[in-house]
Design a binder for this molecule. Structure first.
Ligand code: ACO
Length: 429
């Protein structure tokens, strides 16, 4: 059987045979379908890109029905279990293969060379109000890096691109930690390159005074896993933003800032904060059934549930749920865990959620862990942005190396007014 699809235009009776590649047809092939020769031609209408592949990618694979997530072919469960460090996974996501020992050492050293920020970046951050949202500070500061590295705009130069990627991965934890310390009025702690990516970040966040800071290995491991689970997730909202912005060939700092802005919303990276607010609102296990009833009546959403792609348990949520118990051994149990567990139990048995295939997503349990570790709620999206910077950059690089890609420029279906004549102010009713 040929790999084609035949479309009959019932307006004209004409038949069109379109090639099928990888279970897709090219939207541009529809343009030949016209009633009159001077018609624009047919387009697809796909608000929110529910069923449109915008690129060919070789980075992250998701099977939403089966609950599968793989980076470069490796199942996320195996990666979370076996990876020695976040930077090892960053290498895999960016370069496509696991590094050997030598490659990993070189890679780590390169990133560590770039953890400091220019002192002027510090001054810039000091300009934010004392109560500025750390994500606002993070986004603005990442964008501002483009002014420190003007050569970054040479995005067609592979060596230059690599240099900016290394800089960004090295600097985002520092900027994130400085954003937190700023909002607390605490002095900034400079990076400690003898520590792991997660360990150094914890120290920059929480070191108080001159006393030495000892990284707790359980919390360091938990944060490493959380970073790994958040490294990439194919064409989600923020990654698509990264690709759209990057397609104009702007510098990666501006594009990353744009992607981070997309991440901030409560329907995306802000969801784990919303989960904590929801659990606070529920306040007690006995209120869970009433809350679920209200959700079913359309009076709000069960935050941390549902996903555009996963119609099964999000595999990341499984790993996180298991890990929560290790963290709570150190920090003490987050009292909201019991409400969350009950909420999950009831929702997974309820026909409303079952029918709509709504399962816990990555955000359902991550917020509980972050909160137990001492991160404030408004810092959660920043915690997401640090590891996701790796995914954004991998996707950005892939975009620039893809000869089929051009500047992103979707079409629209225009339903506004037809041409009409300007009315002078005096004649308007
Ligand atoms: N609680 C209750 N009902 C829900 C939920 C939810 N969390 N999510 C979806 N639904 C319902 C919708 O009301 C809709 O019902 P209907 O068919 O009766 O109208 C149906 O399930 C389908 O939902 P859509 O909104 O069409 O699904 P979509 O793919 O557009 O949305 C999204 C996905 C945004 C993640 C949504 O499930 C949601 O808002 N969840 C809560 C926020 C959240 O946890 N976001 C984090 C996502 S993971 C991440 O970004 C890292």
């Amino acid at each position: 059987m040929p790999d084609t699809i035949t479309i009959v235009d019932n307006r004209t009776g004409k038949k069109f045979e379109l090639p099928i590649t990888h279970d897709t047809i090219k939207a541009i092939d529809l343009r030949q379908i016209k009633v009159k020769d001077d018609d624009f031609g047919m387009m697809t209408y796909d608000p929110a890109f529910m069923n449109t592949a915008s690129c060919i990618s070789r980075i992250t694979y998701i099977d939403g029905d089966k609950g599968i997530l793989r980076y470069r072919g490796y199942p996320i469960e195996q990666i979370a279990e076996s990876a020695q460090s976040f930077l090892e996974v960053a290498y895999l996501v960016l370069k496509g293969e696991l590094p050997n020992a030598k490659q990993l050492e070189v890679w780590r050293n390169k990133i560590k060379m770039h953890t400091l920020v220019h002192e002027n970046v510090k001054t810039l951050m000091e300009g934010f109000r004392y109560d500025a949202h750390p994500m606002g500070i993070f986004i603005s500061t990442v964008a501002a890096l483009s002014t420190f590295y003007p050569e970054a705009k040479k995005v067609r130069d592979a060596a230059n691109r690599e240099a900016q990627i290394i800089r960004l991965i090295g600097k985002v934890p520092t900027i994130a930690a400085f954003a937190y310390r700023h909002s607390k009025g605490m002095p900034y702690v400079y990076p400690d390159n003898d520590l792991t990516y997660a360990g150094n970040f914890l120290k920059m966040m929480f070191k108080a005074g001159e006393s030495p800071y000892k990284v707790n290995p359980v919390l360091e491991h938990a944060l490493t896993i959380l970073f790994i689970l958040h490294a990439d997730h194919e064409q989600n909202c923020s990654t698509s933003a990264m690709r759209v912005i990057g397609s104009s060939e702007c510098d990666p700092y501006s594009a990353t800032a744009g992607a981070a802005a997309a991440l901030w919303g409560p329907l995306h990276g802000g969801a784990n904060e919303a989960v904590i607010h929801m659990l606070d609102e529920i306040a007690d296990i006995k209120n869970v059934p009433g809350f679920v009833k209200e959700v079913k009546e359309g009076k709000g959403k069960l935050m941390g549930f549902g996903h555009r792609v996963y119609k099964n348990y999000d595999p990341r949520a499984k790993v996180i749920k298991k890990m929560a118990y290790d963290v709570f051994e150190v920090t003490g149990r987050n009292p909201k865990l019991d409400i969350a567990l009950e909420l999950e139990r009831i929702a997974l048995e309820d026909e409303y959620f079952v029918k709509r295939k709504l399962y816990p997503n990555v955000d359902f349990y991550s917020g509980l862990i972050y909160q137990a570790m001492g991160f404030p709620l408004d810092f959660f999206p920043v915690l997401f942005a640090i590891p996701r910077t790796v995914g954004w950059l991998a996707q950005w690089q892939e975009l620039l190396d893809d000869s089929e890609q051009k500047i992103s420029r979707p079409r629209q279906v225009f339903l506004g007014p037809d041409a009409r004549n300007w009315v002078p102010t005096i004649d308007r009713k």
